[in-house]
Write a protein that binds this ligand. Structure first.
Ligand SMILES: [Zn+2]
Length: 217
């Protein structure tokens, strides 16, 4: 059965949080990149009649984890996060703009890339895709070629919100060359559905391949 993936767009930077279930009738869900607030995410879980059994993080930038500590506490779901993003999660005050409060969270499961997770009945491969942040990972379900890509690419212009493929903004991407390698890596998988951290879903593997090909080295 194909997984049901619901997208919530939350918080001041319109960051996508995904609620994935193995099918529309499944009572278990995985929450990926808990942006916004835990209340908003728990409301969405209640609407589909599912409980959160695992939380996955693509990278530790504050807008992707504003609800992380609260959701983990309230659901007791284990947090899976890249090992190299751990400092951002455990000491968010060092990395968060003034006026935004992110509570620290200690992840239970540390990821390097290369793992295969089975969470809420969904098989996901963990891909190491650094560049936008040092430990960035993507989650890939090969059976139906669904890719949860975080901020390796943006699916819209972040200023105008017009949909389209873009590299993530340079000021927030410490290693753009390495990130382009990561874009080429995920484009080569030819995903049928790309779920971005920002922007609407994208379903055109040929266009993604052309986008990756025209990037500078
Ligand atoms: Zn980011």
């Amino acid at each position: 059965m194909p997984p049901a993936v619901d997208r919530l767009t939350l918080g001041p930077l319109a960051t996508n949080c995904y609620v994935a279930r193995s099918g529309g009738a499944s009572a278990e869900a995985v929450v990926i990149d808990p942006s916004g607030t835990a209340e908003e995410i728990r409301t969405a879980l209640a609407v589909v009649g599912a409980r959160c059994v695992a939380i996955l993080v693509t990278h530790g930038h504050f807008d992707h984890v504003t609800a992380l500590a609260d959701l983990a506490e309230q659901t007791r779901a284990p947090v899976h996060a890249p090992a190299a993003e751990r400092a951002l999660l455990e000491h968010p005050e060092r990395f968060t703009p003034p006026g935004i409060n992110v509570r620290p969270c200690v992840p239970e499961v540390l990821l390097e890339g290369g793992e295969r997770l089975v969470v809420a009945g969904i098989e996901l491969d963990v891909l190491s895709v650094p560049g936008h942040s040092p430990g960035h990972v993507a989650y890939w379900r090969e059976s139906d070629r669904v890719l949860i890509v975080g901020d390796v690419m943006n699916g819209m212009n972040l200023i105008t919100t017009i949909p389209g493929l873009h590299e993530p903004p340079k000021p927030f991407t410490p290693d753009p060359a390495r990130n382009r390698e990561s874009i080429r890596k995920v484009a080569a998988l030819r995903p049928e559905l790309v779920c971005f951290g920002h922007g609407p879903p994208f379903r055109d593997p040929d266009k993604l391949a052309r986008f990756a090909d025209q990037l500078p080295a």
